[in-house]
Design a protein around this ligand. Structure first.
Ligand code: ADP
Ligand code: ADP
Length: 230
């Protein structure tokens, strides 16, 4: 079953008699075990799509469900809880807290969600850290890490909670070609081995080629879907 479902979603701005549609009748399923790339020119609605799935932006009409929860009918507090438990984030700019070590950054979602780091979760995080080669870096601050290492810390942080879906906004945008490939291979592993669902906004056709399917957006509308490139 799909874990994030959008049906006939509109996000409109401006005068209702002459609205600008950031999203125009978007229907889309994002599933666990699936790596979806979202491509489209600047202004096509990619950020808006990520923000409405995250419950950070309201939709004008339509419906969005996250793991069966209709986010439109939840209040702000319930949405925050849903976002913290079910959605992971990976950003172009890594978004690590500069004053926290790698380990503290990884633990942060649990602190924010008020979720106890039980033995099983610690074991899972240690496994992720080891398989991403970050063992030796856990006591370091972000500024003491390379860009690739920072993005790997951000990916461990996103995977640690086992979210339904990871929203990745240009995750390789700040990385060189070789490091980008490593990060993309890592995201693919998360999908194949851990059953993680990922939706990744990218401008880079090479990055998109790692995905199971590519959704094309233009003027807020889905204009194409390509499968099986990854
Ligand atoms: P992308 O991420 O693909 O660059 P966006 O989702 O940022 O696209 O924007 C989609 C459209 O919605 C653009 O036309 C943009 O100008 C418009 N838009 C986004 N946010 C606002 C806002 N707060 N007010 C008015 N228009 C907006
Ligand atoms: P942009 O796409 O404009 O460059 P970002 O990629 O940094 O912006 O962030 C995208 C959206 O995610 C923003 O609306 C931001 O407020 C939100 N955001 C940033 N950090 C977090 C977080 N840790 N948890 C939830 N939402 C976040």
């Amino acid at each position: 079953p799909a874990s994030v479902v959008l049906r006939n979603v509109f996000r409109s701005y401006g005068d209702p008699s002459q609205p600008i549609h950031a999203l125009r009748d978007v229907s889309l399923d994002l599933r666990r075990r699936e790596f979806t790339a979202i491509m489209g020119p600047s202004g096509s609605g990619k950020s808006t799509l990520m923000n409405v799935v995250a419950g950070l932006d309201d939709i004008t009409s339509g419906e969005i469900w996250v793991d069966g929860n209709p986010i439109g009918s939840l209040d702000d507090e319930a949405r925050t809880v849903l976002r913290r438990r079910h959605i992971g984030f990976v950003f172009q700019s890594f978004n690590l807290i500069p004053t926290l070590t790698a380990q503290e950054n990884i633990n942060l979602p649990f602190v924010l969600a008020g979720t106890r780091l039980d033995a099983q979760t610690r074991y899972w995080i240690a496994h992720l850290v080891r398989s991403l080669g970050l063992d030796e870096r856990l006591d370091h601050l972000p500024a003491e890490l390379s860009g690739g290492q920072q993005q790997r810390v951000a990916i461990v942080r996103a995977l640690a909670m086992r979210p339904t879906i990871i929203l990745a906004d240009e995750p390789t945008g700040a990385l060189d070609t070789r490091t980008s490939r490593e990060v993309l291979a890592l995201l693919t592993t998360a999908v194949r081995e851990y059953g993680q669902g990922i939706a990744m906004v990218t401008h880079d056709p090479v990055a998109a080629s790692y995905a199971d399917r590519v959704i094309m957006l233009a003027d807020g509308q889905i204009t194409g879907e390509y499968r099986g490139l990854g």
